[in-house]
Structure formats: structure tokens, C-alpha cells
Design a protein around this ligand. Structure first.
Ligand code: ZN
Ligand code: ZN
Length: 404
């Protein structure tokens, strides 16, 4: 019987962590062994991450200017686009195509987000979809609690390695593996560039009132720290906050607030229902700036082959919204029986019908009434019922879903 491999001593763990500062693939015991360890915060490994947060305090010495603050805001949204449009919708889900040079440039751009390499990101995200809200899910708030899913999991030693065997489609590109392995290179170059730009502006455009240290603190430390927490909100809150349109096997939700913070990722329940689409906002009223940005990129020819949401999924969503609206009308009627002739009972079903009609108009290829009467059923009948009328037999008949 082979002898059990001794668990690493604190000294070995610290030495491994220091090695990973430079080479994130440095893993003497092997990736599988490290991945099998229990969750444990690796304090040595996360020193750069702590330094990123501590760097925000540099504002005490660097001060502020309108230019520096707006740079931080702009870099937040530009790089949130990189997180969602590149780390997530390209590398994790391959929802569009580009050239080999194109994907390298995308990976460099995504490296400025300081969320480690695109391959590490994709590897862990695909794992999340495989095990959503199960014990294996590294950042499920239902399993591990809010703070662990927001920030804790990223500090855990077992979550640092990239398991290339799980992302063979990406691991076959050595240039991507190199960027992933030495994931400190792009962030350092980015930070130095910001310092350099600030220093040049201090000389060339003194009226802006900025300088190197100020752009470094605002453009890199503050903007990147906020960007991390904005992204983390999807892990911690998108399975807690919002509405569930689709009955997925997890607890993912749609939230307009999270969609604003993350440029469209807040439509998380949609995404869990259908991951291969380039857009997460399935309907026109679900604002998805990342998708609009990708559409613009597609016009330039830099990317192509954006994948749509299948009509069957759109129809399923429209039906779910319709039934939820009708249910809300029924609930309103049940809660306020004294309002049996109130305008509320006329307005709510009418609003439901309007919502469905709007959805159908936005998606012109949705099934027609003749194809699937179930989509249009019972709003009109319900309006008759709520007003104390008996629906005409023809209406009842036509609203009946066809036999399977
Ligand atoms: Zn999720
Ligand atoms: Zn995803």
C-alpha cells in the first residue's frame, strides 16, 4: 500500500505562495492535490491582493482632481466591459469568435482588470456553471455564505491553480497560457503606464491638476479595487437578489441594479438558463451594455459570430413573464376582494397583456397566436372574470393550450 503523501508544512505553503507571486502555475505538489485541499485563506499568496486594497489609501498623499476621478470612473466601466465581454462571454463561454491574434489582444486587455489570467477565470467560471449552488461551487452564497462567495473564495489556496485539463480548448494556445501563468505582467505594465501618463500630463497639461501618483492611485488602485467588488457582486448577490424568470436548477436571479453595476451581467438567471448567447439581457428592456459594445466590435470585423438567444428560450421567457403577471393580478384580487369593481382589476391584467404584447413586438419571430395560444391565453378571460362577467365560450375555447 503506498504511503500517504504528507500534507505541506506552513513553510512549504509559504514558499509555494511566494513562487506563485511570479509564476502562478508554480505548484510543486500538483494541481489536483492543491485543488483537493480544504478551503483555507493563503495569507502569503494574497499579499498582492491586500496591497491592491491598501493602495487606495494612497489618496491621502496623492490627493484628488476631477481628471483623476473621471479617469477612475472611465477605467471602471471600460474594464468591466473587459471582465464581462472577454473573461466571461469570450473565454468562459465562447459566445463569439475572433482570430488568434484577436484573442491574444483580448486577453491582454482583460489582464488590465487584475482578476488574474483569462484561463484561470474561465476555468473557475465553467466550474461554477457545472456545480451552481452545490457544495462544489466555489462561490455559492447559499453554500458558503455571502462574504466567502464575495471575496473569501478568491483567497483560498485551493482556488489558486488553473486546471488546464478542464479548459483544453484554451490551453492549446501557448501565448494565452503564458499570459495566464505570468498574470502579474499586464497589471504592472498598466500601473506603470498610468503613472507615466500622469507624470507627462503634470508637465504638458498642468491645468488638469493631476500627476503620476494621482493617476496611479485613482486609475489603478481605487478603480481596480471597486472593479473587483463590482464583479464580486455577481458571485455573492446574483444568486440572492432579484427575480427568477426561468426555473433553473440553481438559484440565479435577474437584477437591473446588478446589471447596471456590471454592464449587463445582472441578468444572471437568463444567463444560467442559456449560457451560449452573447447577450445576457434577453429582451430589449433588459439593458446589456456589454452586448452593445460587442455588437460595435463586430461591426469593425474584429470579432464575429455573435450567438443569439434561441427563439424557443425567448418564447419560454415571454410565457414565464406572462404567467407571473397574471399571477400578480390574481394575488391582487385575492388580497383586495373588497375592490371587486375597482379599476385595479382592469388595469393589472391589461398591464400584463401589454407586457406580453411588448415582448412579442420586440421579438418579432416569437410564435404567433395560432402557433401557441397558450402565450395569449387567459389574460382576456381573466379580465372578464375579474369584472364579474362570464368569458364567452369562444374565448375560453381559444385560450385552451393545444394538446401535446
Ligand atoms: Zn451564477
Ligand atoms: Zn457564465
Amino acid at each position: 500500500m503506498p504511503a500517504a503523501t504528507p500534507s505541506p508544512t506552513p513553510f512549504h505553503r509559504a514558499a509555494t505562495a511566494l513562487g506563485q507571486w511570479i509564476d502562478s502555475d508554480y505548484c510543486p505538489g500538483g494541481v489536483e492535490k492543491m485543488r483537493a485541499e480544504p478551503d483555507r485563506v493563503d495569507w502569503v499568496r494574497i499579499m498582492p491582493f491586500i496591497f491592491l486594497h491598501a493602495g487606495c489609501l494612497g489618496v491621502i498623499w496623492a490627493g484628488a482632481s476631477a481628471f483623476a476621478v473621471w479617469t477612475a470612473v472611465a477605467l471602471y466601466f471600460i474594464r468591466m466591459f473587459a471582465v464581462t465581454g472577454i473573461h466571461h462571454r469570450y473565454f468562459s463561454h465562447k459566445t463569439y469568435s475572433t482570430s488568434r491574434v484577436g484573442q491574444f489582444l483580448l486577453a491582454v486587455f482583460a489582464g488590465t482588470t487584475v482578476q488574474r489570467g483569462s484561463l484561470w477565470w474561465a476555468c473557475h467560471h465553467r466550474h461554477h456553471h457545472l456545480h451552481s449552488d452545490e457544495p462544489e461551487d466555489a462561490h455559492s452564497p447559499h453554500v458558503h455564505g455571502f462574504w466567502w462567495s464575495h471575496i473569501g473564495w478568491i483567497t483560498s489556496r485551493r482556488n489558486f491553480p488553473t486546471d488546464y485539463s478542464k479548459i483544453r480548448d484554451l490551453a492549446k494556445f501557448p501565448e494565452l497560457v503564458w499570459l495566464n501563468r505570468f498574470d502579474f505582467v499586464v497589471p504592472i505594465l498598466f500601473a506603470v503606464s498610468l503613472f507615466g501618463c500622469g507624470s507627462l500630463l503634470a508637465v504638458w497639461a498642468p491645468g488638469l491638476g493631476t500627476n503620476g501618483p494621482q493617476l496611479l492611485v485613482w486609475g489603478f488602485f481605487i478603480s481596480t479595487t471597486v472593479l473587483f467588488h463590482g464583479t464580486g457582486c455577481i458571485n455573492s448577490m446574483a444568486h440572492l437578489m432579484g427575480r427568477r424568470r426561468f426555473r433553473t436548477s440553481d438559484d440565479s436571479r435577474n437584477s437591473a441594479i446588478l446589471a447596471f453595476i456590471t454592464l449587463g451581467e445582472g441578468w444572471h438567471n437568463n444567463h444560467h438558463r442559456y449560457q451560449s448567447s452573447t447577450r445576457n439581457g434577453f429582451y430589449w428592456w433588459e439593458i446589456d451594455p456589454t452586448y452593445y459594445g460587442l455588437k460595435l466590435l463586430a461591426f469593425t470585423g474584429f470579432i464575429w459570430g455573435l450567438k443569439p438567444v434561441p427563439q424557443s428560450v425567448l418564447a419560454e421567457g415571454a410565457q414565464a413573464d406572462h404567467h407571473a403577471s397574471v399571477e400578480a393580478a390574481r394575488l391582487a384580487a385575492a388580497l383586495h376582494p373588497e375592490l371587486s369593481f375597482s379599476s385595479l382589476k382592469k388595469v393589472v391584467p391589461a398591464a400584463a397583456a401589454l407586457a406580453v404584447a411588448t415582448a412579442a413586438a420586440a421579438q418579432t419571430t416569437l410564435p404567433n397566436k395560432g402557433d401557441d395560444p397558450a402565450i395569449h391565453k387567459d389574460v382576456t378571460a381573466l379580465a372578464h372574470e375579474l369584472n364579474g362577467h362570464k368569458p364567452p365560450p369562444s374565448l375560453v375555447e381559444s385560450s385552451r393550450a393545444p394538446d401535446a
